[in-house]
Write a protein that binds this ligand. Structure first.
Ligand SMILES: NC(=O)c1ccc[n+]([C@@H]2O[C@H](COP(=O)([O-])OP(=O)(O)OC[C@H]3O[C@@H](n4cnc5c(N)ncnc54)[C@H](O)[C@@H]3O)[C@@H](O)[C@H]2O)c1
Length: 259
């Protein structure tokens, strides 16, 4: 029970990686404010994790909406005044070839994946300052920040921006004892109804993973818990890859020598 007496806000908690992170904090004794814009899925997910409903608060929030985020942060802090951790996991990764991408396709991805973490972190940071408390923020980035792929110019750009936003927020919030780090996952199999992927894409990306399997939400959650626990107290502004080796290089190339 490493997080007994602590509380966390997790965005994108109705499904996938965010849900796995919420589950991991609950298992370690924390209380969790679960945010998502898919209210029905969120309520179902929270009920499965916490049938008594005493250790979770479900909040239907769209992280692109600054007013909604601010109100939700007040409600989360009222539910759990001890809250000193936020995990920005809400995200979207649709596929749009560059020349077909509309302005609204671009805006939806940048607003969710880049502006959302900014708005949530601002709302959280302002309240921690009022309370004169330190805390921890985790942004869920992506290997796409380093390595572009077709159909994902908006997504890769949003995550590259999120890595820099992580560093910029870390610098400005360090004097207030608020640490900001990112976890950058490789492919994690979540079979999301909100972010569907083709079978061809899933097969191709899994084949290239050096450690031989797709990631699971708990692979990511373990890194998030480490980065918000006392073991990482001297870490801020770090981008930690958790990707089965995908970012290490081109594992599918043959040896270059003639045998
Ligand atoms: N699954 C992967 O392979 C992978 C790899 C790298 C990074 N990521 C990142 O991990 C995060 C979680 O993705 P996932 O794969 O678990 O997807 P998912 O679809 O399973 O979960 C994403 C959740 O975010 C919510 N969400 C989306 N937009 C929102 C908004 N505007 N406001 C509030 N909630 C919103 C969705 O409703 C959904 O419940 C994302 O940031 C994604 O970019 C995923």
């Amino acid at each position: 029970m490493r997080f007994q007496g602590r509380a966390v806000v997790v965005t994108g908690a109705a499904h996938g990686i965010g849900l796995g992170i919420a589950a991991a904090y609950l298992a370690e004794g924390a209380r969790v404010a679960m945010w998502d814009r898919q209210e029905e899925a969120l309520i179902g997910a929270a009920r499965a994790l916490d049938p008594s409903g005493t250790r979770t608060l479900t909040q239907a929030v769209d992280v692109r909406d600054g007013v909604a985020v601010s109100e939700a942060m007040d409600a989360a802090m009222a539910f759990a005044p001890e809250c000193d951790i936020v995990v920005n996991a809400a995200g979207t990764y649709p596929s749009h070839p560059l020349l077909e991408m509309t302005e609204s396709d671009w805006d939806a991805v940048l607003d969710t994946n880049l502006k959302g973490p900014l708005l949530v972190t601002q709302a959280f940071g302002r309240r921690l300052l009022q309370r004169k408390r330190g805390g921890s923020v985790i942004n869920i980035s992506s290997g796409a920040a380093q390595s572009a792929r077709p159909g994902a110019a908006h997504y890769a750009t949003s995550k590259a921006g999120l890595n820099m936003l992580t560093r910029a927020m870390a610098l400005e919030l360090a004097p207030h004892r608020i640490r900001v780090n990112a976890v950058s996952p490789g492919y994690v199999a979540v079979d999301s109804p909100f972010n569907p992927l083709s079978q061809a894409y899933k097969d191709a990306i899994t084949t290239g993973i050096p450690l031989g399997r797709a990631g699971r939400p708990d692979d990511i959650a373990r890194a998030v818990l480490f980065l918000t626990g006392p073991e990482s107290e001297w870490m801020t502004g770090s981008i930690v890859s958790v990707d089965g080796g995908s970012g290490a290089g081109r594992s599918q190339l043959p040896l270059s020598r003639e045998d």
